[in-house]
Design a protein around this ligand. Structure first.
Ligand code: GZL
Length: 326
């Protein structure tokens, strides 16, 4: 009799556990099936060294965190990111995260995610949605500050200059948060120095090829260029080829300021071809996975998480390079 009772209790307990486990699957919650949290991530593309390092950080961190990652590369096209987010909704992932290639045009698809009760985390780049209930948080850099640091360095560097200092600017992807904000931060920082003039400003789309092509045009159209401000290292590295081909010495004839501080940019800085870099860290993976787990657990998280960054001179780049993580 006693044995029958133990079996009955055991069976009831098994049934109760089984129901509890399946209870979540009624909501189509992927995590209930195998206990793993499923994260859908839509990446901008693979346009720069920064992006490559960012993708590595996300993939490695998901593995370390035991999170199942569904990763999509949008090849810098917003329509591909919208398609990927809709696929993630169809697949009933637990959390969606993405780096929006541009700031506008996200409200409709983010509303679809909200209606499907799938929380969204913005990483790296922000959106201009007025409805902040459409995403849980934004984790990434302060791009206005990065542009400001670049401009402040130039103001100090040219304090003794008496004549005009002609600046050309390679902007990031048109409509993207980093391009809009870096441009604003830089312009605000040099506004008090009337001899500092941006004589040409055009997008190089954050790529080396774009930076080279646009710098070639700048050099043809402007006989006197004193400074290049590039919104990322990769466009600056592309511009180096154009500057050298035009018979000018980068870092001397034309001072070069960039943003990111990826390895190749830091090497150019250490070699004296760049003059100053404001850092923008791509290593967002660990913080993102922590946020995914907290959002999944229903925790309230801060609506804005800033990443810590610095700036580099050639000497600082030489010292940092040997241990540079990206
Ligand atoms: C900035 C990131 C930018 C980098 C570029 O957080 O979105 O995109 O500065 C990258 O190198 O292409």
């Amino acid at each position: 009799m006693l044995r029958k009772k133990i079996l009955a209790v055991g069976a009831a307990a098994m049934l109760a556990m089984g129901l509890a486990a399946c209870g979540n699957s009624d909501t189509g919650d992927k995590a209930a099936d195998d206990g793993k949290i499923v994260l859908g991530f839509s990446q901008v593309g693979a346009e720069s060294g920064w992006r490559t390092a960012n993708t590595i950080s996300i993939k490695e961190s998901a593995t370390k965190a035991g999170i199942e990652l569904k990763f999509d590369d949008a090849q810098q096209k917003q329509e591909n990111q919208i398609k990927a987010i809709r696929n993630f909704i169809q697949q009933k992932v637990d959390v969606i995260a993405f780096s929006p290639v541009v700031e506008s045009g996200w409200d409709t698809v983010l509303k679809e995610a909200k209606d499907a009760k799938i929380p969204v985390i913005l990483t790296d780049r922000a959106v201009d949605s007025q409805d902040t209930s459409l995403y849980k948080t934004f984790i990434g850099s302060d791009f206005v500050k990065e542009g400001k640091l670049a401009g402040e360095w130039l103001v100090k560097e040219t304090a003794a200059a008496t004549g005009p200092v002609n600046i050309v600017e390679l902007q990031g992807t048109t409509g993207s948060a980093p391009a809009n904000d870096r441009k604003k931060g830089f312009a605000d920082a040099i506004a008090g120095s009337p001899n500092l003039k941006v004589i040409a400003s055009q997008t190089g789309d954050f790529t080396r090829a774009g930076g080279k092509a646009v710098m070639e045009q700048f050099l043809k159209a402007n006989p006197k260029i004193d400074v290049l401000f590039a919104h990322n290292d990769d466009m600056g590295l592309g511009a180096l080829e154009a500057i050298t081909a035009a018979g000018k010495v980068p870092g001397k004839d034309i001072k070069i300021i960039t943003i990111d501080a990826v390895k190749d940019g830091m090497q150019a800085l250490a070699d004296g071809k760049f003059n100053f870099i404001a850092e923008c860290s791509p290593l967002l993976g660990p913080q993102l996975m922590d946020l995914v787990k907290r959002v999944k657990a229903g925790e309230t998280i801060p609506t804005r998480i800033l990443t810590e960054e610095g700036t580099f001179t050639p000497e600082q780049a030489k010292a940092a390079l040997p241990t540079r993580a990206y």
